[in-house]
Write a protein that binds this ligand. Sequence first.
Ligand SMILES: [Zn+2]
Ligand SMILES: [Zn+2]
Length: 335
Amino acid sequence: MHCHTTISDGYFTPKEIKEIYKDKGYYIVAYSDHELIRDHSDLSDDSFLALTASEFSVDDVKPSFDIPGGENSENAWCARKVIHLGVYAKDPHNTFHPATDNTLFDMWWRAQGRDIGNINCDGYHREYTAESINEMVKRLNENGFLVALNHPSWSLSDMNDYLNVKGLWSLEILNYETERLSGSEYCPYIYDHMVRMGMHNLYCNMGDDNHNKGGSTEHSFGGSTFIGAPTLKYDKVIEALENGNFYCASGKNPPTINALYVEDNIIKIDCSPATDIFVTGMGRNYRNYMTQGKEITHAEFKLEPRDVMFRITVRDKYGNNAHTHFYNVSDFLEK
Ligand SMILES: [Zn+2]
Ligand SMILES: [Zn+2]
């Protein structure tokens, strides 16, 4: 769901990305080059789907804490908050850039002498304020894009930032490249907090954010999203994403959730071999299937009204995690 190519600051061409990801068993790649929405339909075929996507950003102008050298020094960049939004076009051919001012490309890509052609945009000038960030999301939504909040830890986001963004479709709870670089980009707590504070329709996804520096695939294949679409058609995949028919999982050989269903007020999970299977409610009502180190492939939990909402985590013996989004208990509870 998050990938950079030579169109922005990635190492591989879009076609090379298709080949290396297909080779690892992937069917779908969202091409989310910085600020540029490109239609990659020419790469799609019976066994591969290219999602038209991008990553839109806005930077704060001031550092968020005292930094040696002060706010005008080179150091200041690493202390500035940012927001990066994962944007996914519902129509593969939609390359209109909402919430975008053409001067942004002068600073980014044209300053590097790149010919990016004419960009069709609405001229909106972004600022790092809650109001402007919400306007970005609103314009993206109105123009047919799903919007995810990417890597909140790298962005230096705190609750005042992430709780104030309205209209989000999903939170990137693992950004694999940043996690591999920092060790602090696995953010289930932020997801729980956002849902607890009222964002009940928010999903969670994972992405690689691979730039493949020097041709390395070290940062690829570690943050995957498993989409339950009936066919590999663009509209069916988008429909599955919009309806939450997906889960996400970490690691180069991630655990899988093969079935999740409720029968007689019992949550039932079938999965790949796991050492922990957790239910996380909205409050402090955690449950873990006690396996005593043994690997299991099935677990059952009572559906409990005090959870209000619940999500499932399947963890394997290597510490990799498969995550569902939150579900409403009341949608499953038999009266
Ligand atoms: Zn980013
Ligand atoms: Zn990125």
